[in-house]
Each structure stands twice: as structure tokens, then as C-alpha cells.
Ligand binder design. Structure first.
Ligand SMILES: Nc1nc2c(c(=O)[nH]1)N=C([C@H](O)[C@H](O)COP(=O)(O)OP(=O)(O)OP(=O)(O)O)CN2
Length: 183
């Protein structure tokens, strides 16, 4: 089937750590310079009109998303909702705790791809739903990339809801921490 995707890339630097034990080398806080690339597909594909010949102006299609990446992900810290570092920030630097990207379980590249795909999907739906996320790719390092296509809500851990479903600039739901973590 014929059709266009608009493809946008944005770089950001981030810090995270993985505490589950699955990748022990990544258990201390460290950072990556990452690139997120998204494929946006028209929900009602149409022939070019012979005048403007655009699916939609690039600037319009990407403005909100890139603002989110630049102001919420770039120079941000990503932590599991069960990470005790969250308690430290809440106690000592609460204004900075509000900026932490909090994920259900370890903030792996796979999990981030799902959360970001859902967030962008919420933005696009809130902006009229003319475009939808066809795929997302996160290059964590020059040698590691994760790509996801499909409905992120089907692949996120079961039973969790959070900031990724809201069409706003939020990156955490710190109240979740009390209900999700045993210790
Ligand atoms: N499936 C996943 N595995 C790992 C993830 C992940 O997000 N998903 N993340 C990490 C760490 O973040 C780590 O910093 C990077 O992984 P790793 O490939 O082990 O390390 P290098 O960048 O040094 O890899 P080279 O290809 O050898 O340069 C770990 N695993």
C-alpha cells in the first residue's frame, strides 16, 4: 500500500540506572547521548493536492514533540518507580524530583520506547489525530538501538498507568511509587 511517513529525529542526553540486576554493569548512574527517531503516518492518507504538496508542514508536525524532548528528556534523569534515589530527591531536592522521568521498572531503552511512543501518540491525538505514531527508534549508543512499531499500551508492563498516556509535559507520577514497590 502506498503512503508517506514523516520521520523526525532528535538528540538528547540523559542519565539513568538499571537496578533490577538484569544488567548489573548499568546499576550505577551513568549517561548516554541518545537519538529518538519517530515515524508519523497520516490517519487518513490522501493524494498530494498539486499545490502545497505536503502531508503537513514539518514544523507543525514536530513542534510539540521536540519541545517535549528538549525540555523534559534532555539533561534528564530516568529512574525506576522503585528506585530509592527517588526518595532521596523527594526529601532533599523536591523541585528536582519533579523533573525526573519515572518508569514502571527499570528505564531500559525498550521501556522508554514504549513510554515515548504512547506520549507522542497522546500529543498527536490531542492535536486532531491527523497523524499517528507508526514506529519509534531509540539509539541508546552507537551500537545499541531499539525499534518499536505498534500499540505501546499492549506491550507496557501489565496494570500500570501513567504520564505516558497524558497529552501534557509530565514525566512522572510519583504517587505510583507507594503502590507499586514492596519495599
Ligand atoms: N535489552 C537491553 N539491554 C540493556 C539495556 C537496555 O536498555 N536494553 N541497557 C544497558 C545499559 O544502558 C548499558 O549502558 C549499555 O549496554 P551495553 O551494550 O552492555 O554496553 P556498551 O554500550 O558498552 O556496548 P558495546 O557495544 O560493547 O560498546 C545494558 N543492556
Amino acid at each position: 500500500m502506498s503512503g508517506f511517513d514523516l520521520v523526525f529525529s532528535r538528540r538528547f542526553c540523559m542519565g539513568h540506572r538499571l537496578i533490577s540486576g538484569a544488567a548489573e554493569a548499568c546499576a550505577l548512574p551513568h549517561g548516554h547521548n541518545e537519538t529518538v527517531r519517530v515515524w508519523l503516518r497520516p490517519t487518513a492518507p490522501a493524494r498530494l493536492d498539486g499545490a502545497a504538496n505536503m502531508v503537513e508542514p514539518f514544523a507543525r508536525a514536530k513542534a510539540r514533540w521536540h519541545r517535549f524532548v528538549d525540555t523534559r528528556l534532555d539533561h534528564g534523569l530516568q529512574l525506576s518507580s522503585c528506585d530509592p534515589l527517588l526518595g532521596w530527591f523527594s526529601a532533599h531536592e523536591p523541585h528536582r524530583a519533579a523533573r525526573i522521568v519515572v518508569t514502571p521498572g527499570d528505564p531500559t531503552t525498550e521501556l522508554l520506547a514504549l513510554c515515548l511512543s504512547a506520549k507522542l501518540g497522546a500529543f498527536l491525538a490531542g492535536d486532531g489525530g491527523r497523524l499517528a505514531v507508526a514506529a519509534i527508534e531509540i539509539e541508546e549508543t552507537p551500537t545499541n538501538t531499539v525499534r518499536f512499531a505498534g500499540d505501546p499500551l499492549e506491550m507496557l508492563p501489565a496494570g500500570v498507568v501513567g504520564w505516558w498516556r497524558r497529552a501534557d509535559m509530565s514525566v512522572n507520577d510519583l504517587a505510583l511509587r507507594d503502590t507499586e514497590c514492596a519495599a
